[in-house]
Design a protein around this ligand. Structure first.
Ligand SMILES: CC(C)(COP(=O)(O)OP(=O)(O)OC[C@H]1O[C@@H](n2cnc3c(N)ncnc32)[C@H](O)[C@@H]1OP(=O)(O)O)[C@@H](O)C(=O)NCCC(=O)NCCS
Length: 323
């Protein structure tokens, strides 16, 4: 017997406002054609002015709880991945906790930018395996529209807002790769690459700041690091790329997604792709893709999934799970 963290519910929320690429043609020297061919993005959702990250997160969490047939009373912990919390403190996670009417347990944020959901999942898994929680809500939620420089065409066309959530539950498994639940994780960071992708402001530097990125440099790291972390996590589970039913990648750029699948030796038929509709929603992109992938009928119980993500830090990692 072995403890496993099994996904028993999934849900997501996207803000109402949908912005097509053509809208940027009005204010920037860019085209729908450039954005589509270089990134794969066709549209993204932006939060309303009075809509915050914890609003999006709460709606995604409610959808995941409903999918699991559970209520907030059944949850022991909330782990929320975000780089765009409503306030400097308290955590967005505690705000979601209050909104859900959850008066026990504990809640905290995890900040690993676009790799945030992979870090949150790994932390939630550790809480379950160490017996500190039986059921954990794991949320990725972002309002990256708040940190865009709307005059920088190389970044502002790439990002969007949204939220996704999973409910993880402690269950017994056999200790083999045939078990449902999280089978292995791999986390990495290397702070020497800070200047490739960062926000040029923050509390301690006394401003909010804007996202700055050397896109082609990030690109150069992405395919290699994502393939390696996915393969490392798979080998920790005693599995190979050929065993994977679905790659559910961080949705930043279709060319990174295609390059990673190719390096892993898997066709695009085995990849859940949502980047065309959501853009890069940072820590929200993987749970959004898991939820949409289930809705589309792509992801089914028993499927072997590898999620992988890279972002500012640089920070990157992968989680292997059986749905
Ligand atoms: C950002 C990205 C789409 C740019 O694509 P690219 O093929 O690398 O393009 P480059 O950055 O080399 O820029 C090529 C040219 O397009 C221009 N360009 C940039 N943004 C543009 C836009 N929105 N519209 C039109 N032209 C644009 C650049 O100014 C550059 O022009 P120049 O050659 O005259 O200097 C790509 O690098 C990328 O996706 N990188 C990874 C980003 C990422 O995933 N980040 C998040 C990780 S979490």
């Amino acid at each position: 017997m072995a403890g496993r963290s099994v996904v028993v519910g999934v849900g997501h929320y996207l803000p109402e406002r949908i912005v097509p690429n053509s809208e940027f043609e009005k204010t920037l020297d860019t085209t729908d054609e450039w954005i589509r061919t270089r990134s794969g993005i066709e549209r993204r959702h932006f939060a309303a002015d009075d809509e915050t990250t914890s609003d999006l997160a709460t709606k995604a969490a409610e959808a995941a709880l409903a999918d699991a047939g559970l209520t907030a009373d059944d949850i022991d912990a909330i782990v929320l991945a975000t780089s765009t919390a409503d306030l400097t403190f308290p955590s967005a996670a505690t705000m979601v906790q209050a909104r859900l009417g959850m008066t026990k347990g504990f809640a905290f944020d995890v900040q690993a930018v676009c790799a945030g959901f992979v870090f949150a999942l790994s932390n939630a898994n550790a809480l379950i395996l160490s017996g500190q929680a039986k059921r954990v809500l794991v949320i990725g939620a972002e309002t990256f529209s708040r940190i865009m420089d709307w005059t920088d065409r190389s970044t502002c066309v790439l990002f969007g807002d949204g939220a996704g959530a999973l409910v993880l539950e402690a269950q017994d498994g056999e200790g083999t790769a045939a078990d449902r639940g999280i089978l292995a994780t791999d986390l990495n960071s290397d702070g020497r690459y800070k200047d490739l992708l960062y926000v040029d402001g923050g509390v301690s530097t006394q401003s909010t700041g804007h996202l700055r990125m050397q896109g082609n440099q990030v690109f150069r790291h992405a395919v290699e690091k994502l393939t390696k972390t996915a393969e490392t996590a798979l080998s920790r589970a005693g599995l190979r790329c050929a065993d994977v039913d679905w790659i559910v990648p961080h949705q930043a750029n279709i060319r990174i997604i295609q390059g990673t699948a190719k390096k892993m030796g898997l066709p695009m038929e085995n990849v859940v792709v949502t980047v065309q509709d959501h853009g890069n929603t940072s820590a929200a992109s993987i749970p959004l893709a898991l939820s949409v992938g289930k809705q589309r009928g792509q992801i089914k119980p028993g499927d072997l999934i590898v999620t992988e993500a890279i972002g500012g830090g640089l920070a990157w990692g992968a989680v292997v799970l059986r749905w």
